[in-house]
Design a protein around this ligand. Structure first.
Ligand code: FE2
Length: 691
């Protein structure tokens, strides 16, 4: 006989509660729960379910007794977990054992069937060229609780939930068809969210929040349009006319966007802080001879390691767009920056990739021409931010990660329970993005300078450069040589969040895996890694592991997944409206080519280059929609069932304590900053990519 210690987490009750351990056929003796101290049950087998009997008087038959969970711990410290999290009525209730289990601990038929079902989800419908799909430009087949407006509309939410459930019940389940296209991460074939398996859909509050913001933003756009009917931009200050409903940060940017120090700071703390690198003369794209004419000591500064570069080479030779019959223009600029007195100042801009004698180098002494060169850089930054840093590195990589893990592991696998939070709502939001933003007639083809096929070309180029290390923040910062850059808050906050996630993953991995052999023997985990390497990331030559050997490597890999789908996405997503609301700080297209002569550039020349009023309004609206405040599932928050599981409980509590400390630190720092950096404050980071 094994002596199990039973613990019941429930509301106090005056009723008599009985517990029976069971394997289905064999049952232990009925034992009353001790009101004080531990309850002991002797049972020979491993308990697979428990039976709870609540004995109450006739008068109290309809009274409620809320029970959270029950655990049964054997003398060798094996804990069996029975999550309940609901009211238990009078009479007998059966609850199944549900701790996360590695494959070697669970050889049940149920698990085998579950795995088979999940693998069947992966139906690859051939190798249709991407040129026929959305990304090429052709049409293919919530705030935190206290701020959420939906909390006051529970009737609406309930009604929508009910309709969704009804729809799910009467609908044939569709498999998760996916697509493999060379040169891009794997993505779902579904052309609408209703073609996804229903368990991957938005829930009612998320759907309502999306609809609410869509309506509000549409109304705002129409108000702006009505207000400015018949107007066109004559001066930069005219743009302020559409600047209704801006955020505080957008206001700040509209007043400081011309400032060189602010321009430099956006490479560190704007919505695209991933590009800046230490400058080496390797490629000689900007001839040093020419730089010396402006900065005689440039070589010494390079040697000193205080010169940095942002290079938009991905845009070189990309096809330009035509909007409403008007040719648009692109540049692939290179900007050099120097760190002096803890401030990063731009010192030179070249608007092309190839050095040429007649190719001007713009410097801060060039007046209007310098301002226009900076606007070209901001325009290039918009493309690379949205397509590479945002869409590819977070949304598409997150989708491939989720598809690989979702189809390789059983529901009972503890790591699936952990990581599935990182993929919540990612597939439906990506389906919507492919249908309205990057499709033919979508936002990009109508409002940006990128011509047909250009989005796909940029994505493919960016994916070629994407490596596993570039998604591991400490390695990425080291490889870019930016560890010593000061006032780089993305770096500071990102490293704190990275360390917190890594410590959490480490604790979870060590709780489930006794040693490195357990990792090698976990065939579901190994299958996930292989699936991701071979199909998910199209054998991308980026140092992605195709096997995991140690607990340390596994914790790092999980950290990369969680960080990418939470913090990295927050860093590149949450500041879109702040950054792009003031159009000159991030124009989505340019209507004139770069000037031949610096002297040609006047304010009128700049105004003729910037987007017109319609494109400005559309871009503001889209940026606003994409910068919705985070919904209810923040980093570190897990369902009741997961967060009380014995091997998860401690790490999740500790993780949340660390996140709280980071939040407090960022709050205190924000009070001292003119433009606070809060995109990586834990209360702004969602667990997954949902917008
Ligand atoms: Fe996003």
């Amino acid at each position: 006989m094994t002596r199990y210690i039973i613990k019941v987490e429930a509301d106090p009750s005056s009723d008599k509660i009985w517990v029976i351990l069971s394997t289905g056929n064999i049952k232990s003796q009925e034992t009353a729960i001790a009101k004080e101290g531990d309850t002991i049950i002797d049972f020979e087998n491993k308990p697979e379910e428990i039976l709870i009997r609540r004995e109450t008087s006739l008068l109290r038959t309809f009274s409620k007794w809320y029970c959270r969970y029950v655990t049964a711990t054997s003398p060798d410290e094996n804990t069996y977990y029975f999550p309940i999290f609901r009211n238990i009525s009078a009479g007998l209730t059966t609850i199944k054992e549900k701790s996360g289990k590695l494959p070697c601990e669970d050889l049940s038929e149920e698990r085998e069937k579950d795995l088979k079902d999940r693998n069947n989800y992966l139906v690859t419908l051939g190798w249709r060229q991407l040129e026929q799909t959305a990304l090429s430009g052709e049409v293919p087949t919530e705030k935190p609780k206290e701020h959420n407006f939906l909390l006051g509309t529970s009737f609406l939410v309930k009604a929508l939930s009910f309709s969704l459930k009804l729809f799910i019940v009467f609908r044939d389940e569709t498999p998760l068809d996916t697509k493999i296209v060379n040169g891009l991460p794997r993505f779902t074939e579904a052309g609408s969210i209703f073609k996804l398996p229903s368990e991957l859909w938005f829930d009612a509050p998320k759907l309502l929040t999306l609809i609410y913001y869509l309506v509000i933003i549409k109304i705002q756009r129409n108000v702006r349009q009505f207000w400015n009917m018949g107007h066109r931009w004559r001066t930069i200050e005219d743009i302020r006319r559409v600047f209704l409903f801006p955020s505080k940060k957008a206001e700040y940017i509209s007043k400081n966007w011309k400032d060189d120090a602010f321009f430099g700071s956006q490479f560190l703390n704007g919505c695209n802080p991933l590009l800046i690198k230490k400058y080496t003369e390797d490629k000689q794209k900007i001839p040093i001879k020419k730089l010396k004419m402006f900065y005689p000591d440039i070589e010494a500064s390079i040697m000193e390691g205080i010169i940095y570069v942002v290079d938009y080479e991905l845009l070189d030779g990309i096809r330009e767009n035509v909007i409403s019959g008007h040719q648009q223009f692109l540049a692939a600029p290179i900007v050099l920056l120097k760190e002096e007195d803890n401030t990063l100042m731009p010192i030179a801009i070249q608007l092309t990739q190839k050095p040429a004698d007649d190719e001007p180098i713009y410097t801060p002494c060039d007046g209007n021409a310098w301002l226009l060169a900076k606007i070209w850089v901001r325009n290039a930054d918009f493309y690379i931010h949205e397509l590479s840093s945002h869409l590819l590195q977070t949304h598409l990589v997150g989708e491939a990660l989720f598809i690989a893990i979702y189809t390789s592991m059983s529901r009972k696998h503890p790591l699936l329970r952990l990581v599935s939070e990182s993929g919540r709502f990612t597939l439906p939001i990506n389906v919507i993005a492919r249908n309205i933003l990057v499709n033919e007639g979508g936002f990009f083809t109508q409002n940006t300078g990128l011509g047909k096929g250009a989005q796909l070309e940029i994505l493919k180029r960016a994916f070629k450069q994407l490596t596993y290390q570039s998604l591991c923040l400490p390695d990425d910062l080291k490889n870019r040589g930016v560890e010593n850059l000061s006032n780089y808050y993305y770096k500071q906050d990102g490293l704190m969040i990275w360390a917190a996630i890594n410590k959490f993953c480490d604790a979870v991995v060590n709780n489930y895996y006794r040693n490195d052999s357990d990792i090698k023997n976990d065939y579901e985990l190994q299958r996930f890694i292989k699936q991701l390497y071979q199909n998910g990331l199209s054998k991308c030559k980026g140092g992605w592991p195709n096997t995991l050997e140690t607990r340390e490597d596994t914790a790092k890999f999980l950290t990369t997944i969680m960080f990418t789908c939470s913090a990295l996405h927050a860093a590149v997503n949450n500041g879109q409206y702040d950054t792009y609301a003031w159009m000159p700080n991030g124009p989505t297209t340019m209507r004139q080519p770069p000037p031949k002569l610096k002297e040609d550039v006047t304010e009128e020349y700049i105004m003729n280059t910037l987007p017109d009023i319609n494109v400005t309004l559309e871009s503001m609206s889209v940026a606003h929609f994409l910068s919705q405040p985070p919904s209810r599932n923040l980093l570190g928050q897990y369902s009741d069932e997961v967060k009380h599981e014995p091997k998860m409980k401690g790490p999740i509590e500790e993780f949340n304590e660390v996140l709280k400390k980071i939040e407090d630190y960022i709050d205190r720092r924000s009070k001292t900053q003119e433009l606070p950096y809060e995109y990586l404050s834990p209360s702004s980071i969602e667990n997954s990519i949902t917008i």
